[in-house]
Design a protein around this ligand. Structure first.
Ligand SMILES: Cc1cc2nc3c(=O)[nH]c(=O)nc-3n(C[C@H](O)[C@H](O)[C@H](O)COP(=O)(O)OP(=O)(O)OC[C@H]3O[C@@H](n4cnc5c(N)ncnc54)[C@H](O)[C@@H]3O)c2cc1C
Length: 336
């Protein structure tokens, strides 16, 4: 994609029935506040409009990327050469169904992750609030990342997801998502539109215990994480039996700065934006930390953050396998 054709934008507006912008700055849409612009930024009205917009892009050969709350995303400084989908909080109405001692909740992928917590609480459910309360982002991000904490994760509750492709909407049962630690396999190019989750109803005692656990978790986060500075959460996943933050700290890198980015002096697995950081500064620190930990321990740290779009300078070879580009899917490509 080199230039955006006005006719394409018109068709997209009609299909998406929502806002469509060009050269839309993405730094403000990510929690670490770095990166360039999206060539096209689309906010579809609802799941059907999302399918229609995907069809327009597919026919025009324009790749796309789904952005949630940007709480786990680093966009390259040269931006995203394609379309970025952002689903609104009201993209799909919540549906709640009571089933014996459980509640089945169907939530739109654009809803904030806090909706999952608050709805479960309203329905007297347990097993959600304690782990999900401190995780920023959207339902789409919670599912795509299989986000969680040692107290629980999205896979504990997920029943099925609805995905949109240029050929329509379809439901995928959780068994097909290969859910494991911070991993969920979605069909190539599919955009999550809704998630169906099951929450067990708890007793008064269980709910009170959960509220105490939430309080303790949020207090711990305040104490141990750099929550007042822009960041994208843990940048590396924890290697088996150890903690990425402990390994980076042991390598002596806490507080190390490159440009406007810094390895947090509070938590070494967080990179914070201390000024006018560029994505390139964040990447420098990711590479520095990976190499230092590899030299000291032989462990290859794997990024948890999603590196999306075009990086300038290009990503070093060691991060390239973790690079997420916008994806194009032709209408006739049926997903697995
Ligand atoms: C302060 C802080 C604390 C955090 N603590 C935790 C924690 O305890 N545990 C944890 O697991 N994470 C944590 N995170 C990371 C982050 O909050 C989670 O990964 C969250 O689920 C990301 O959601 P998001 O909507 O912001 O996703 P984004 O960053 O927007 O996207 C992440 C990935 O999900 C995909 N995605 C998002 N929406 C869709 C969609 N509709 N369709 C298809 N793909 C989609 C994106 O393409 C991308 O690959 C933390 C982050 C911060 C900033």
């Amino acid at each position: 994609m080199t230039s955006v054709i006005p006719a394409l934008i018109d068709s997209l507006r009609k299909a998406a029935q929502g806002d469509v912008s060009t050269d839309f700055p993405l730094a403000v849409r990510t929690s670490v506040r770095v990166g360039g612009a999206a060539r096209i930024f689309v906010k579809p009205k609802d799941p059907q409009a999302l399918v229609a917009a995907l069809g327009v892009l597919s026919d025009a050969g324009v790749p796309w990327h789904a952005l949630g709350g940007g709480a786990n995303t680093i966009v390259g400084d040269a931006g995203i050469d394609g379309a970025v989908f952002k689903l609104g909080t009201d993209f799909s109405p919540d549906q709640v169904e009571e089933q014996g001692d459980a509640v089945l909740m169907t939530l739109g992928a654009g809803a904030p992750s806090s909706r999952f917590v608050s709805l479960a609480k309203d329905m007297k459910g347990v097993g959600v609030a304690a782990w999900a309360s401190g995780i920023p982002g959207t339902i789409g991000g919670l599912v795509a990342m299989n986000a969680g904490t040692p107290a629980g994760s999205m896979s504990d509750h997920l029943e099925a997801v609805e995905v949109a492709t240029p050929s329509g909407l379809s439901w995928i049962p959780k068994e097909k998502l290969e859910l494991r630690y911070r991993h969920c396999k979605l069909p190539k190019g599919a955009v999550l539109s809704r998630a169906r989750c099951r929450v067990r109803r708890g007793t008064d005692e269980e709910r009170a215990a959960e509220q105490r656990a939430v309080k303790a978790d949020l207090e711990k986060r305040k104490r141990t994480q750099p929550l007042t500075q822009p960041n994208s959460g843990s940048v590396f996943v924890n290697p088996p039996g150890d903690f990425a933050g402990r390994l980076i700290e042991a390598a002596g890198l806490k507080g190390t700065q490159r440009g406007g980015a810094q390895i947090s002096s509070r938590h070494a697995n967080f990179i914070v934006n201390v000024g006018e950081a560029k994505a390139a500064d964040v990447i420098d620190l990711l590479v520095l930390a990976r190499r230092a930990v590899k030299n000291a321990t032989g462990i290859d740290l794997v990024p948890e953050v999603r590196l999306v779009g075009t990086f300038d300078p290009p990503l070093p070879a060691e991060l390239e396998p973790h690079h997420q580009l916008p994806i194009h899917l032709a209408r006739e490509q049926v997903h697995a």
